[in-house]
Design a protein around this ligand. Structure first.
Ligand code: ATP
Length: 426
């Protein structure tokens, strides 16, 4: 079941092993972070393991497109055996959509670091193939292990290569096996207390509009809750405030690229490819319209082309902002392209310039407004009977009920990688 390629590493002197793992879970359970937490305990791990989110638009993901990287010190052979054994034991290999990949490197020089970071930069923002990942592995002399179709090598290599110019932390608490799939039990008040005492240094704990608790995701996997924050200290503090009402098997802190906008690249509309993550600047060329399902769509143009932009139903009140856009407004949009036909799924927008809006109203006569004499037939005064043509209409500016600046989707609809505006301000 496991395909194995070995590109011998030239130097084993540092005795440090870099490990990347991805794609071990299925919709029925497991989570690659759990495997990392087990390995963290088993191996002589140095530093925090990393939870690296990759392109959120790709179709192969189970949930949040997360991959794992960690370092270990010790006997390379033993470390590899331990990692592979753990992956084989816990990965949902019987599921055809689960395609684990494991990558080992014993030497990470500057040149290879750059190659891997470039690969990460592409994987977090665009779509790549298994073949591309294999080529990269060969060029940096990484040892890769593929299970089923082995697509996980993409995420495993990217996670290993990620150089994070901005980073956040997530403390994940795992439940005991007997509770997998059951409703998560937590003292609701303790979540609100934690949020009050640690926000905005922790973020996306709750959704302020719906009161929804966001730290305890649904699913059959081992995760009980995850607290995201700007430092190790703050996520630890937040955890101490929480009151879980079920047994917790273990906790693990990860260094992550979550909440950093690492996936977004400034692009031209003509250069957009399916699954790209992009920041576009352009002009609104069609007024927003609501379509079936509650989604709101408008069309944007820059000098290179045009694209539809969508605020989907789960983005809730963010759609009210989008509905206020008008033809001619200059905006910057942040988001991801789904499958063809190309539509940008909005994560946030910045209003750069608002087009002035006008309405034509009837002129006054005998101290009051004239009334319409019929469509295109001008105006008449009800008091004196005077008639005027359409061109007598008074053009009046309508105040735009929209301010310059940024608007974002609510926390409950936020992508793992999207930077909350509260972090931008920081
Ligand atoms: P979890 O976060 O719970 O581990 P997941 O949502 O991360 O689940 P995976 O099961 O890891 O989903 O599946 C994602 C798959 O897509 C992996 O095989 C990964 O290697 C691959 N992948 C990640 N990024 C890209 C990309 N940019 N292009 C192509 N494939 C990718």
């Amino acid at each position: 079941m496991c395909e194995r390629f070995i590109y011998e590493s030239p130097i084993f002197s540092k005795n440090k092993m870099f490990i990347g793992i991805d794609d071990t879970d299925s919709e029925k359970g497991m989570c690659t972070t759990y495997i990392a937490a087990l390995l963290y305990e088993k191996l002589g791990t140095t530093g925090y393991p990393r939870l690296i989110r990759l392109n959120p638009n790709i179709p192969y993901k189970t949930r949040g497109n997360g991959a794992i990287a960690l370092n270990a010190k010790g006997n390379p052979k033993k470390i590899k055996e331990s990692v592979l054994e753990t992956v084989k034991k816990y990965a949902h290999l019987q599921n055809k959509k689960t395609n684990p990949g494991v990558v080992f490197m014993e030497d990470l020089n500057q040149k290879n670091k750059k190659i891997l970071n470039d690969f990460y930069q592409k994987t977090v923002s665009e779509i790549v193939t298994i073949e591309e990942a294999e080529e990269i592995a060969k060029s940096v002399k990484a040892e890769i292990h593929k299970f089923n179709n082995g697509r996980g090598v993409i995420g495993a290599l990217a996670a290993m290569g990620a150089r994070l110019s901005d980073k956040t932390y997530e403390l994940i608490a795992y439940r005991t096996r007997k509770d997998y799939g059951k409703q998560k039990k937590i003292d609701r008040n303790s979540v609100f207390e934690m949020n009050e005492k640690t926000y905005p240094e922790t973020f996306d704990n709750i959704d302020p509009d719906t009161g929804q608790i966001l730290i305890t995701p649904h699913g059959y996997d081992p995760v009980f809750c995850g607290i995201r924050g700007n430092s190790v200290e703050i996520v630890k503090k937040a955890w101490r405030i929480l009151k879980p009402l079920e047994k917790i098997e273990r906790i693990q802190i990860f260094e992550t690229n979550q909440g950093t906008d690492a996936h977004l690249r400034k692009k031209k509309i003509s250069g957009l490819e399916p699954y790209d993550c992009a920041i576009l600047v352009g002009k609104v060329i069609s007024n927003p319209k609501s379509i079936e399902g509650g989604h709101v769509i408008f069309r944007l143009s820059d000098k290179s082309g045009e694209v539809d932009c969508a605020a989907y139903e789960p983005t809730g009140e963010f759609r009210d902002i989008i509905r206020k856009l008008r033809v001619g407004d200059h905006i910057e949009v942040y988001g991801g392209i789904g499958k063809y036909p190309t539509t940008l799924n909005l994560e946030k927008i910045q209003i750069l310039k608002l087009e002035r809006a006008y309405e034509r109203i009837p002129p006054e006569c005998c101290g009051r407004r004239m009334t319409s004499a019929g469509k295109g037939k001008g105006f008449k005064c009800k008091r004196c009977g005077k008639k005027l043509g359409e061109d007598a209409a008074v053009v009046k500016e309508i105040p735009r009920d929209l301010e310059f600046g940024f608007y974002e989707v609510p926390p409950r609809a936020r992508r793992h990688l999207s930077m909350p505006l509260i972090r931008t301000k920081k």
